[in-house]
Design a protein around this ligand. Structure first.
Ligand code: 5AD
Ligand code: SF4
Length: 443
């Protein structure tokens, strides 16, 4: 038996993965493990991995090499690899990385205690079976490294959009939505515990669909969560442009506590490339949704994901990406070079034919434009007053606090007598590219 063992969890990749690590922690705590934040103290180390780009996997490979030294010092140390890399590579990972004792895919975390028992009996253990039902609905996640103010709630799992570049449908399986009642209860519990912000998470949150004893779409779910308490802010990520309906935008506009910030990955500004990516929308369709956001939720900030150098991308296609960035005026963007992933449609059918240097050069141009847009967006906020939810002490000075406004921008201001979890009105006086700086004008 594994009584009172110390478990250390390291997480790579997306917010979903961080949320999954909280689910894993909860399962392990129920099974006589303690969670430690001191790796040198660990009896078991779990690495929750990401496969989205090749370099995400390389980072994990490098980390496993580093952990070799620790295992040499403590031969009883058990190493488990969880998440997307475990799912993608399956037994091959156990063969390639001898240090690993256990692998578990994203749908097999309930099986972890059993897998650990197998490992303790001297064997390697694996479960990479994907499920069409698992949503971990009844598991109460343990909030690890929390600020006590904001928390993630996973509302759906999997993805079946099959964007041609993306490994996620293969590593996280079919789309499935979690019971709305369990989501609302979790939000209520978090509020009662003092949290003031929840982020509803899923690979495609806005394709959320509950079709059992009653029907509920994402707009309906968002409204239910917003009604938990007006002091509980609600955010969500990530949305697919195909499901950003006017109905959803109107719900966001209707409730003060649903934040005015939407993450809407564009990936490319060229309709030709979007078609090859199997994104299911054109540039014009996407712009129509942006116009709807700007009309229905004035002041709403919009962020995005962009991939540079996808298969067959020409200079003209690239210019279309730059021009759509300027048209939308994103306040923030995650920007990547295309990385071919084995098993995807693009890997099977398209040639990764944009030279590395061209990808880098184009990415740099994309980043430069985004820097300007982010700065301009912040400059436009000078003199405005925002309701800021305080998250903690500023990294730069313990005399200053930081929090976010509804538009998801970080605001820094003098501490006075405020504390994390408070709402405070902040008037913006200065800014950098990444931060708004101001002073409180009353709570
Ligand atoms: N190469 C580069 N970026 C990718 N993304 C997904 N797959 C790839 C890939 N193969 C990016 C997309 C997605 C974000 C989470 O990661 O922009 O929205
Ligand atoms: Fe990485 Fe995608 Fe898996 Fe998240 S779902 S961990 S981004 S591969």
């Amino acid at each position: 038996m594994s009584k009172n063992k110390n478990l250390y969890i390291e997480t790579y990749g997306c917010q979903m993965n961080f949320s999954d690590s909280e689910i894993v922690s909860s399962i392990m705590l129920e099974n006589d493990f303690r969670i430690t934040d001191d790796i040198t103290n660990a009896d078991t180390i779990f690495i929750n991995t990401c496969s989205i780009r090749e370099n995400a996997e390389q980072r994990v490979r490098k980390r496993l090499k580093e952990l070799n030294a620790q295992k040499r010092k403590n031969p009883n140390l058990k190493i488990g690899v969880l998440g997307c890399m475990a799912e993608r590579l399956k037994d091959k990972l156990l063969e390639e990385e001898l240090i690993i004792d256990l692998i578990a895919g994203p749908d097999s975390y309930r099986d972890l205690p059993k897998l650990i028992n197998t490992v303790e009996a001297g064997q390697k253990a694996a479960n990479v079976i994907l499920s069409e039902e698992e949503t971990y609905a009844n598991i109460n996640p343990v909030r690890i490294s929390t600020n006590g103010v904001s928390a993630f709630i996973s509302i759906m799992r999997g993805c079946q959009n099959y964007c041609s570049y993306c490994v996620v449908p293969y590593t996280r399986g079919k789309e499935r939505s979690r019971d709305p009642e369990s989501i609302v209860n979790e939000a209520q519990q978090l509020f009662d515990d003092g949290y003031r912000e929840v982020t509803l998470l899923g690979q495609n949150v806005n394709s959320y669909r509950w079709e059992n004893e009653y029907k509920l779409n994402f707009a309906g779910l968002l409204e239910k969560v917003a009604l938990v308490n007006p002091l509980l802010r609600v955010r969500f990520a990530t949305s697919h442009p195909k499901d950003i309906s006017d109905e959803l935008l109107k719900i966001i506009a209707k409730y003060e506590n649903i934040c005015n910030s939407i993450h809407l990955p564009i990936q490319s500004g060229s309709t030709k490339i979007l078609k090859l990516m199997n994104r299911k929308y054109t540039r014009e369709w996407y712009m129509n949704r942006i116009e709807a956001i700007k009309k229905i939720i004035p002041g709403c900030t919009i962020s995005t994901d962009i991939i540079s150098g996808f298969c067959t991308e020409t200079e003209d296609d690239h210019q279309e990406t730059l021009s759509i960035m300027n048209e939308v005026e994103y306040y923030y963007a995650f920007m990547f070079k295309y990385s071919e992933r084995p098993g995807t449609m693009a890997a099977k059918k398209l040639k990764d034919d944009v030279p590395k240097e061209t990808k880098s050069h184009r990415l740099k141009e994309i980043i430069d434009i985004q820097q300007k847009l982010s700065h301009q967006s912040n400059l436009n906020d000078l003199g405005k007053t925002f309701n800021v939810l305080i998250e903690g002490t500023s990294k730069k000075s313990d005399q200053e606090l930081f929090g976010r406004n509804s538009e998801n921008k970080v605001c820094v201001f003098p501490k006075e007598n405020f504390k994390p979890g408070d709402y405070v009105k902040v008037k913006i006086t200065k800014c950098t590219t990444a931060t708004l700086i101001g002073e409180s004008v009353g709570g």
